[in-house]
Design a binder for this molecule. Sequence first.
Ligand SMILES: *[C@@H]1O[C@H](CO)[C@@H](O)[C@H](O)[C@H]1NC(C)=O
Ligand SMILES: *[C@@H]1O[C@H](CO)[C@@H](O)[C@H](O)[C@H]1NC(C)=O
Ligand SMILES: *[C@@H]1O[C@H](CO)[C@@H](O)[C@H](O)[C@H]1NC(C)=O
Ligand SMILES: *[C@@H]1O[C@H](CO)[C@@H](O)[C@H](O)[C@H]1NC(C)=O
Ligand SMILES: *[C@@H]1O[C@H](CO)[C@@H](O)[C@H](O)[C@H]1NC(C)=O
Length: 549
Amino acid sequence: MVVKTITFEMRVFLLLVLVSTAVADLVIDLPDGRIRGHEIRTESSSMYAFQGIPFGRPPVGKLRFQAPLPSEPWEGVLEANRTAASCIVVMHFDGDPEIDEQNEDCLYLNVYTPARQITEKLPVLFWIYGGGFIGGCASYDYYGPDDLVNEDVIIVTVNYRLGFYGFLSTEDKAILGNAGLKDQLLALKWAQKNIEFFGGDPEKITIFGESAGGISVGAHVVNSKSKGLFRAAICQSGCSLTTVLQSNARQNVYDLAKIFDPTISEKNTTTEIRDFLQSLPSDVLAQAGTELGLLLGAVVEVEDEDAFITKPAVPLLESGNFNQVPLIIGTVSEESIGFLPTISDIEEAARSYDADVTALLPVDLVPLEGANLTEAGIVIKDAYTDRDRTFSEDLSRTLKYFSDNIFGRPTLKQVKIQSNFTPVYLYQFSFAGTKSQNRTVIEGAGKVGHADELAYLFKISTFPLATEADFLTRKRMVKMWTNFAKTLNPTPDASDPILNVTWPSVSSIDIQYLDIDDTLQVKPNGKVKQMEMWDYVYETYGKRPFYYF
Ligand SMILES: *[C@@H]1O[C@H](CO)[C@@H](O)[C@H](O)[C@H]1NC(C)=O
Ligand SMILES: *[C@@H]1O[C@H](CO)[C@@H](O)[C@H](O)[C@H]1NC(C)=O
Ligand SMILES: *[C@@H]1O[C@H](CO)[C@@H](O)[C@H](O)[C@H]1NC(C)=O
Ligand SMILES: *[C@@H]1O[C@H](CO)[C@@H](O)[C@H](O)[C@H]1NC(C)=O
Ligand SMILES: *[C@@H]1O[C@H](CO)[C@@H](O)[C@H](O)[C@H]1NC(C)=O
């Protein structure tokens, strides 16, 4: 007995010595090799950063457009002291930080830990960026996690392929599609295997993401391949039911190939086209630039061991056949003002709705044969205009319709279904701080646009916070998100003076939400009427199964 105890204590002692020397020069031994991190110090915090860690083989040559393979072991010490190149972006959004380097060789991730010796295993938050599947990157300038790490969690930020690099699909086995989502999946597997060497707890991984990142998180929630890789999820302005299906995926492949070889025709097989596109040098392929840039996201793949999305999301959720983890989900107060930035953009949208009610139909609604779509359009119009005014006469209604049509509807539908199975915490981010100062304000509509809440979780180099209220809001967001990662409850301590609220999970009959504004307040769902209308429209005019909603 005695010997055993001593041995155990000696082991602990040795382990501590090893950990502390390792930490002293920030060298960590991973299964694939050694890495050296560095310290990032700011006025308010200090953390260790391990940036640019490979998790997948460079997706070039025969791996271009295909599911990624795990990275290979390396010799010597990998200097993990700078963000790796971002994946090639098809679109750089106004106001986003500059991207120093873009490369097809981009399957790298970053790990940030508190700057101290870690003795207990820490919860992990795994970030998937947004950018419409055509832009975004995991760099520190975009997503500086300082405040999150300060709350004693580990943050992972991950690159994944974008645009045609990540989402080209021949709709057969030549190029299955969804490579970008498979990159995320591989990175999640990497985290399962490696995060303990950074002091993280592989049993306590929460995935979170915004916009296309929220849609990605939602995809991992409903896809069996991601089972067991995380224990909680946060969907910000994008979820399992947000429409992303790429239209004309196969045609897009041919269109891309024709840019480089005009003799290509529909007679060429998908295998020929794939081989041809894989043979192009990276810089030549990059010249396709934005020509096919706006092809969005996912495809439904043919059945294959490498396939990721093969089933419609609504029935997966409805049947409980998904990864049943607790969920935080929500939107900003007026998503649409990020997409219709000026008054004339809003007026133009209003005119198009007034001119043709079928423009109001959800893009993912597959009409039943013989469905009267004008009638369906009128149902939608009536719900948003109360029949008393046109969209042009009240632009706030245009904004509200647009917000619901892209993000509100799928969010509330997922809340309604998933809350039958798991805890679901619904929020609306309404705090109109410095980040929202330039938004178009329309009376009766919200003031916070798409992606504005990000500046209140991360340090974004182009959007520094300015006011006391800004900083308080970030404190609150960071606290709730990290509480959730630690305890699966965003407000476990009712006496916390910064939060001073208990955010209840939703029940399917009572969809209340936390309004994150100057104060934090629990409010009843104000969109019951609209949700009933959307259900009616899908059920009456749409063909099952519903892939999205
Ligand atoms: C990273 O570390 C290497 C080796 O110490 C050094 O040469 C390089 O300048 C460092 N890069 C940065 C960005 O600090
Ligand atoms: C396309 O098909 C034509 C006719 O069979 C063939 O000559 C050509 O090499 C094919 N192109 C590619 C890129 O495979
Ligand atoms: C479709 O509905 C509209 C509006 O109710 C109606 O005016 C129109 O006659 C209907 N069309 C058909 C083919 O039934
Ligand atoms: C708002 O506009 C001003 C003037 O163009 C600009 O300097 C500032 O960065 C903008 N703020 C945000 C949050 O976009
Ligand atoms: C906490 O909230 C309650 C009402 O919900 C309010 O009366 C009280 O002043 C708040 N306390 C603090 C410290 O903000």
